[in-house]
Design a protein around this ligand. Structure first.
Ligand SMILES: [Zn+2]
Length: 290
């Protein structure tokens, strides 16, 4: 089939289609035609230089109401007309910006997120870039496009750490520790606390038990629950007091120059946490001699 005949048949098809489904402009939604001549003008302006998040950028169209409609149609509905407008505009902008002697080059799109690709089945840029390459081929130039970039998502937790930083922190890597946990003295205190059992460690499970006991509508059970809770609290405080003294004594023997301020509290707070929830994670076994 000759290209001319093909074009002719496409026109006939378009004409018939518009008789059956009257079309309105995908951009303004008011004028007839897939895109009206007024709207098409927003896509034929020369590219403009702007800044996007402080990065010098070139923009092929202002992201105004109508333009965003077209991009959404291309993205969400894979609207052929929208894809073609964006492709033509991209082609013109790249031709305008690239040095004349460069005719052989690769377009590298910013990758879509994996969720977006899963949702749409493909990156919404793929058909658009294919059209850009086709248009370049029409004028005898070899353009390519390749997904050379990989989308990477760095999840940060509440402390603003990435997963690698967090793993390093939990392992107790000296470089990954915040000032509070840094240094040999703090490391010694963590190991000292982790090598022994403490009453504080059982405080949380005891509180859970107490909560269940208070649900039982028997006065003496509820009284026992409250007594249990306060004695656990009291023991925890007394235990903390002695632990704090022992820590300071050990530290002043092993690290004679280290300031002792805050060390007892650091050790005590760690001792009140359930072993598996301590951060950085315990590096010594219970009962280990340190
Ligand atoms: Zn329009």
């Amino acid at each position: 089939m000759t290209p001319l005949l093909w074009e002719f048949l496409k026109d006939v098809h378009q004409g018939l289609r518009s008789l059956i489904y009257p079309q309105i402009c995908i951009m303004c939604g008011m004028h007839p035609g897939e895109i009206c001549s007024g709207c098409e003008k927003s896509w034929t302006r020369p590219p403009s230089f702007t800044r996007f998040n402080e990065v010098p950028s070139v923009s092929i169209a202002m992201y105004e109401f109508g333009v965003s409609n077209v991009i959404l149609k291309a993205k969400e509905e894979r609207n052929k007309c929208a894809q073609k407008i964006i492709a033509t505009s991209l082609f013109r902008a790249i031709s305008f910006l690239k040095p004349k002697e460069v005719q052989d080059f690769v377009i590298v799109p910013i990758p879509s997120t994996p969720q977006a690709i899963r949702k749409r089945g493909e990156s919404f840029l793929q058909p658009i870039l294919d059209l850009v390459i086709q248009q370049a081929a029409h004028v005898g130039e070899k353009w390519y496009w390749r997904e050379l970039l990989v989308h990477s998502k760095k999840v940060r937790d509440q402390a603003g750490l990435t997963s690698q930083q967090r793993d390093a922190y939990m392992r107790g890597d000296e470089n990954a520790l915040p000032p509070r946990d840094k240094g040999p003295v703090r490391k010694f205190i963590r190991n000292y606390v982790d090598s022994r059992r403490s009453i504080g460690e059982f405080f949380l499970p005891i509180i859970v038990l107490v909560l269940f006991m208070t649900l039982i509508p028997l006065v003496y059970v509820q009284f026992a629950a409250i007594a249990l809770m306060y004695s656990a609290l009291l023991f925890s405080v007394i235990d903390g007091f002695f632990l704090s003294r022992r820590i300071k004594r050990e530290v002043s023997q092993r690290f004679p120059d280290a300031p002792l301020k805050g060390l007892g509290m650091y050790g005590w707070l760690r001792s009140t946490q359930i072993r598996r929830l301590r951060a950085p994670l315990p590096q010594v076994k219970r009962g280990e001699k340190i």
